[in-house]
Ligand binder design. Structure first.
Ligand SMILES: *[C@@H]1O[C@H](CO)[C@@H](O)[C@H](O)[C@H]1NC(C)=O
Length: 209
């Protein structure tokens, strides 16, 4: 009996330790310098290079919010490296709507223009800031945040993520573009189903980024 109890507590302790380590970690650590795809026995400099964003600043300025990513999906060599990047371009008046990155914190650097950013913590406190070119702002992992170009000129920002695959949950899309029952949404937002349907209808197809 005593040994059974001992076993139970040791399993419990191991499980607790494992889950707390999981909760504290970023991407899993890898046991090699990098992870080669099966069809590439030897790496070369191309393996470490990403050119998918080449010329991004030569193209004509976008007319709506535009994001170019270098994450695991676009750049498979990032597997196991716990980093990724995004280049965000905002025409005057454009915004990146409220969203969450479930797997990484984000460190944003404004390279050009003026950008208003907002962050809501888990106590529902809103923090906003107007960033000038050269300023940085950190969005902690899993918290709701947004960016908005309140200036008259195009704004450009770079975002670094502490995961090769930070993931994005866009709140408008997750709530009103996922098929959640109108009745549930109407109750959740203390409104009627017509209002909910109006919000659903106004949503563009789900944003993929
Ligand atoms: C960009 O990278 C891809 C994949 O490594 C490569 O096949 C292609 O030749 C590169 N393009 C240029 C213009 O270097």
């Amino acid at each position: 009996m005593a040994s059974l109890l001992k076993l139970f507590f040791s399993i419990l302790a191991t499980t607790l330790l494992a889950t707390s380590q999981l909760a504290n970690s970023g991407d899993p650590d890898i046991l090699s310098d990098f992870i080669l795809p099966p069809d590439l026995p030897e790496p070369d400099e191309h393996f470490f290079t990403f050119n998918g964003t080449r010329g991004i600043f030569d193209a004509t300025r976008p007319t709506s919010f535009k994001i170019a990513k270098a994450s695991l999906a676009e750049f498979p060599s990032l597997e196991g490296q716990s980093v990724s990047y995004a280049v965000l371009q905002f025409p005057a008046g454009a915004a990146n709507p409220p969203h969450i990155h479930p797997r990484a914190s984000e460190l944003l650097l404004v390279a050009r223009g003026v950008l208003e950013v907002g962050l809501v913590d888990s106590a529902n406190r809103l923090y906003t800031q107007t960033l000038q070119s050269g300023d940085m702002f950190v969005f902690p992992k899993g918290l709701v945040h947004y960016q908005s170009n309140v200036g008259r000129n195009t704004a450009v920002a770079f975002s670094a993520f502490g995961s090769a695959s930070a993931g994005t949950v866009s709140l408008p899309t997750a709530l009103f573009g996922s098929g959640i029952d109108d009745d549930v949404l109407a109750k959740g937002f203390k409104t009627d189903e017509d209002t909910v349907r109006g919000l659903e209808a106004g949503l563009a197809p789900p944003m993929k980024y």
